[in-house]
Design a protein around this ligand. Structure first.
Ligand code: DAT
Length: 173
């Protein structure tokens, strides 16, 4: 039994996963597990894709790399996909959302190439990550939160922090 919950923070690139995860880690003492960083550092990939401008992730290697840590509990897993993680590992899935114009500005600031930018905007409009989360996990543990403004981020972090406190009370042995 875990002493601390595991939370996935997911959503289209640019919605605010990293910013939320870092703030949450600071507030709750849970660990920010940046999957992008792990894929790079532990070489959980089959090389770089020029077409997608990203690593081609080896999911088995990635799961092996984080398994021990996640099973111990207390991880905030930050990534733009969630359906590869075993259901038994996860207590809450937070899907962050942003309006198209907001996301456009954030991804433009990151110098995303036109095709990649459009693909991500389409993905956000089509709610791809939200559907993926709802299909992969029980609906009761999936929450959708807006992340357009700092106020929204603040209230999201407050809400998740309160959830963590309650989870700990409910699961105290
Ligand atoms: P992600 O990790 O999902 O790619 P990020 O955390 O790196 O996203 O955020 C991208 C940029 O947008 C970054 O400059 C911080 C800003 N941002 C994210 N969420 C925000 C929010 N709710 N309010 C204001 N700025 C936000």
């Amino acid at each position: 039994m875990r002493q601390n919950p595991n939370i996935i923070v997911t959503g289209t690139p640019g919605v605010g996963k990293t910013t939320h995860s870092e703030s949450l880690a600071e507030r709750t003492g849970l660990r920010h597990v940046s999957v992008n960083q792990i894929v790079k550092d532990k070489e959980c990939h089959e090389g770089w894709s020029d077409e997608y401008q990203s690593w081609i992730v080896d999911e088995d290697k990635l799961l092996d790399a984080i398994e021990e840590d996640v099973k111990a509990g207390g991880c905030i897993i930050d990534w733009h996909a969630c359906d590869l993680f075993p259901r038994s590992w996860i207590d809450l899935v937070v899907v962050l959302r942003a309006d198209s114009s907001t996301l456009f500005d954030r991804l433009t600031a990151r110098d995303y190439a036109e095709a990649k930018l459009q693909e991500n905007l389409d993905s956000e409009i089509m709610e791809v990550l939200l559907q993926e989360a709802r299909e992969a996990f029980d609906e009761e543990i999936v929450i959708e939160l807006m992340s357009n403004t700092s106020d929204e981020m603040e209230s999201n972090v407050d809400r998740i922090e309160a959830w963590v406190k309650q989870w700990k009370l409910d699961n105290a042995s």
